[in-house]
Design a protein around this ligand. Structure first.
Ligand code: FE
Length: 155
C-alpha cells in the first residue's frame, strides 16, 4: 500500500516570494494542491480595498479568517478574524475587502474549481488545481525558487 507523504508547514511563510500574485493587491499561498480530488487549500491575501472578481463555485468551499475582514457584495454579513465560512455549491459572489482593512488573510479549502463570471453571468475564466499549479510554477521560476517549488504541495 502506498501512502502519500504528509504536509506540515508554517502556513504564513517567512519568505515573501512564496505568495503568488493573482491580481493587483491579491495573492495566494498554496498549501495543498489535491490532484486526486481536484481541489486545493490556500491562503488568500488581499491588501488595500481589493476586490476578487465575481465567481461561482460548482463545489463546496470552506474558509477560516486569519487576519482582517471581508464580505461578499451579494450577502449582508462580514467575515472577521476568527470567522468560519461555508460557501455552498452553486454560490455566486464577489469578495471585497472594506476600505478600513489594510490586509486580510483567509484560509480557503476549495473543491473543484472557481468559475469567473461577468455582470451578465457569462463565464470569463476559470481556475482549478491545474491552473493554480501552473501559476505557482511560473511565479516560483520567476522569483528564483524554481518551478518545482510547488511540488511539495502537490498530492
Ligand atoms: Fe468564493
Amino acid at each position: 500500500m502506498m501512502i502519500q507523504p504528509e504536509i506540515a508547514v508554517a502556513a504564513i511563510p517567512t519568505d515573501e516570494r512564496v505568495w503568488v500574485p493573482q491580481a493587483p493587491d491579491v495573492w495566494f499561498r498554496p498549501l495543498l494542491m489535491n490532484t486526486v480530488s481536484g481541489g486545493w487549500c490556500n491562503l488568500l491575501r488581499v491588501r488595500k480595498s481589493g476586490v476578487l472578481s465575481r465567481h461561482r463555485h460548482p463545489m463546496a468551499v470552506v474558509g477560516y479568517v486569519i487576519k482582517g475582514k471581508w464580505f461578499y457584495r451579494e450577502h449582508d454579513w462580514v467575515a472577521t478574524e476568527g470567522s468560519f465560512v461555508y460557501e455552498p455549491p452553486g454560490e455566486v459572489h464577489t469578495l471585497e475587502v472594506p476600505a478600513d482593512c489594510v490586509e486580510m488573510i483567509t484560509f480557503f479549502n476549495i473543491q473543484g474549481a472557481m468559475i469567473y463570471l461577468n455582470e451578465a453571468g457569462e463565464q470569463t475564466g476559470y481556475e482549478d488545481v491545474w491552473t493554480k499549479i501552473e501559476m505557482c510554477e511560473k511565479h516560483y521560476e520567476a522569483v528564483g525558487l524554481g518551478r518545482d517549488y510547488v511540488r511539495q504541495f502537490v498530492r
